[in-house]
Design a protein around this ligand. Structure first.
Ligand code: MOS
Length: 742
């Protein structure tokens, strides 16, 4: 029987301030576009204003004569670039076509030329003068994805869902739509490329150092070891920076050709065209249930759009096969091609839009059954993962629900539409469940205990703003007794021991075993040094007879406090550092982990206020109860969920990228017209972590935090909107015009 962790140790499970906080708040943290080098030149792309067609003529002669211009590049006049190997697991990229490979236009914003000049102003001015003529065709940016329904393919099934649905006494059959959303991290994508005649050093905005290295090596046609990627700080990525985008190989190839450092920073407008987005989805959910609310059939069909040059699956059915108990289930997926740039992973890809549809349908079923929506979920809690028969490693969704009910005050809810008020405002209360995968990837870590009493820990993973630097320092501190402020954490460079990409909320669970193992190995090295150093009080003892406690070496039969500080022994030995290396095994290579269905869970409770007099809708209050195993650092973990909830407000009521059907251009490609939630939109937020360790992932029982906080927010908002107004919005985001008739 699992029990929640109630007694945190001093550094694990409390709120440890971020070790990189001072660098960030003082402006000393170096983001990729902050790097500059002597002789550096600037690359500015020219983008296609059409979404489908061909270039018929390109005249760069005016640009080439402009002051400071070194090079104008376009089809037939491009630096050397190759295609990465398609479908490669360790060199993943959504857009494999190098810029200027042909004269075909696949999407609006596609790079058709680029100017390199001594200053960014000169490059921008010259880029304006490049004359391009096109044979334009009518693009397909249609928002109705029904053309995909004809090519649905099974991805999961059990029983006979169609037959069971037809026979079910209570049925729901509805279609839900999620729009294109653009990641919009504050930090623009950027590449600063340096070529030394043999080797590239690339300062990139990336969530994945090693993948970026492998892809760039293939784009550039050089071995991996000739490409070093550096990324010390990221101004967020939200999935948009998982894989390289085409400005990156272009900058690097240009640096090689010109033998000058090159800086390329994507504009905000290009962020809407050239660096991925969450694709539009259309999802049909059919639920069959008994009168007492037991699911007998669940069918989930979805179509997502993809581009003309990639094959992206949004994976909307991610959580569908395991979240509820039902004997009959069918999950089918299809794609519809559009003249839009390649979609990519964004903020809980798959499960987040998928749960919007499924949880909305569950809410509609609860209403049809006249049953409380929490009760409906509790009645359909599975005993095991019914998609594969495996036991859950640690699942506490029921407790998320019951805790949320209590914290939110759900018992006071009157289910009648529009029945709850606060002054002139109508209150709406809605809820939904959340789930996200729990992953552990391979990682290698090196730890050094230094002769000045400090430690150094290093890994080629990256901190994308989520607190990874601090997690490293905490685990080393926990294992070695060296205080967090004396642990130097070195990440963000491919020359370090191989580490995981920052995606899928999996870095913490992945690196923790490797940090612990490396710390233990460094301690073991230290004991060997103590036993072999002439003049040491432990000289000649077997290392096995020695112990390390809170930074001191002592004989096992001796009290720890009588031991010798490790730094004193290192000084005596004239050794700078005792080094240890450790690694984590990917869960997919771990037979024990493979016995379990590993996921995180949550319950989201939302209050909206609706002012019918002025048609004003606000998300006013959110209670989020999250089951992510044991939390290692409460501060950043809470920040992750709070931030995700604010994103959820955006997904629910603001965010949508729209395309002009005439030319395929994103219409609202700026922060004025694409509305993201700001602090003023943030509701009152109450986050609770249940804190049951999941020991199938690592010795601390930590799963990852991040995307789980977004799952379930949008359907809880639309459920609350229904409760307030009686309007069921099945296409995100909720718009005022949807509610005007309420
Ligand atoms: Mo996340 S969308 O896997 O960076």
């Amino acid at each position: 029987m699992q029990t929640p962790e109630t007694q945190p140790s001093s550094v694990i499970g409390t709120a440890v301030p971020r070790v990189d906080g001072r660098l960030k708040t003082t402006g000393a943290a170096m983001y990729s576009s902050d790097y500059s080098f002597p002789g550096m030149v600037y690359l500015v792309p020219v983008c296609s204003p059409i979404a489908k067609g061909r270039i018929t003529k390109l005249d760069a002669s005016a640009a080439e004569k402009m002051p400071g211009v070194l090079r104008v590049m376009y089809h037939g006049h491009a630096p050397v670039m190759y295609r990465p190997i398609p479908g490669s697991d360790d060199a993943f990229v959504d857009e494999t076509r190098p810029p200027f490979e042909d004269e075909v236009i696949y999407y609006s914003g596609q790079f058709v030329a680029a100017v390199v000049a001594e200053t960014v102003e000169q490059a921008r001015a010259a880029a304006e003068t490049v004359q391009v003529e096109y044979a334009s065709e009518s693009p397909n940016v249609a928002t109705d994805l029904s053309d995909g329904w004809g090519s649905l393919a099974d991805t999961s099934h059990r029983g006979d869902a169609g037959k069971a649905f037809a026979a079910a006494p209570v049925q729901i059959d509805e279609t839900y739509v999620t729009p294109v959303e653009t990641h919009n991290p504050i930090e623009l994508h950027a590449s600063v490329a340096v070529w030394d005649g043999k080797k590239f050093t690339l300062y990139e905005t990336t969530q994945s150092l090693l993948n970026h290295q492998a892809v760039m090596a293939q784009f550039l046609g050089v071995p991996n070891e000739n490409v070093q990627i550096v990324m010390k700080f990221l101004g967020s990525g939200f999935g948009g920076k998982l894989w390289p985008w085409t400005h990156a190989p272009l900058a690097a190839a240009t640096a090689r050709e010109l033998n000058r450092p090159v800086k390329a920073v994507v504009t905000r407008k290009m962020m809407f065209s050239n660096v991925g987005h969450r694709p539009r989805t259309q999802q049909r959910i059919r639920l069959g249930a008994t009168h007492d609310g037991k699911l007998v059939s669940l069918q989930h069909d979805y179509v997502n759009h993809t581009s003309m040059i990639s094959d992206y699956d949004e994976g909307c059915g991610e959580a569908t096969p395991y979240i509820y108990s039902t004997p009959n289930l069918l999950l089918r997926a299809a794609k519809a091609q559009r003249n839009i740039g390649p979609p990519t992973a964004m903020r809980g890809p798959g499960a987040v839009p998928g749960l919007y549809a499924l949880e909305s349908a569950m809410d509609e079923l609860a209403i049809k059954l006249k049953m409380d929506p929490v009760e409906l979920r509790l009645r359909n809690e599975p005993e095991k993962d019914e998609s594969n028969g495996k036991p859950f490693s640690s699942r506490h969704l029921k407790e998320c629900l019951t805790t949320g009910v209590e914290k939110f005050g759900w018992a006071k809810r009157n289910p009648a539409v529009g029945s709850m008020r606060k002054g002139d405002l109508v209150l709406g209360w809605g809820m939904a469940c959340a789930s996200w995968g729990a992953f552990r990837m391979a990682a290698q870590v090196s730890v050094a205990l230094n002769n000045d009493g400090t430690a150094r820990v290093s890994c080629a993973t990256q901190d994308i703003g989520t607190g990874t630097y601090t997690i490293f320092a905490q685990v080393v501190s926990d294992k070695t007794g060296i205080s967090v402020d004396k642990v130097q954490v070195v990440l963000g460079d491919t020359s370090l021991p191989a580490g995981p990409l920052s995606g899928g909320s999996w870095v913490t669970a992945s690196v923790v075993p490797a940090i612990a193992a490396a710390s233990n190995a460094a301690v073991h090295t230290m004991l060997g040094i103590a036993a072999s150093t002439a003049g040491s009080s432990f000289h000649g003892r077997k290392p096995d007879d020695l112990a390390y406690t809170a930074g001191r070496i002592h004989a096992k039969d001796q009290p720890a406090m009588q031991g010798v500080p490790f730094e004193d022994l290192l000084k005596q030995a004239n050794i700078r550092s005792a080094i240890g290396n450790g690694k984590s095994l990917a869960a997919s290579d771990d037979p024990n982990a493979q016995k379990y269905s590993q996921h995180s869970y949550g319950a989201q409770f939302v209050e909206v206020t609706w002012d019918p007099g002025i048609a004003r809708l606000r998300v006013s209050r959110v209670v989020s109860v999250i089951d992510v195993g044991r939390v290692i650092n409460l501060g950043p973990a809470r920040n992750q969920v709070q931030g995700a909830i604010v994103m959820g407000v955006g997904m629910g009521i603001f965010e949508e990228t729209r395309y002009d059907p005439r030319n395929g251009n994103p219409i609202n490609s700026n922060f004025a017209d694409y509305v993201v939630s700001t602090s003023a939109d943030a509701p009152e937020i109450d986050v609770t972590f249940l804190n049951y360790p999941d020991l199938t992932l690592n010795e601390y029982g930590a799963r990852g935090v991040g995307e789980i906080g977004l799952a379930g927010i949008a359907p809880a908002i639309t459920a609350a909107v229904y409760h307030a107004t009686g309007v069921r919005v099945r296409e995100l985001p909720v718009k005022i015009e949807n509610l005007m008739m309420a």
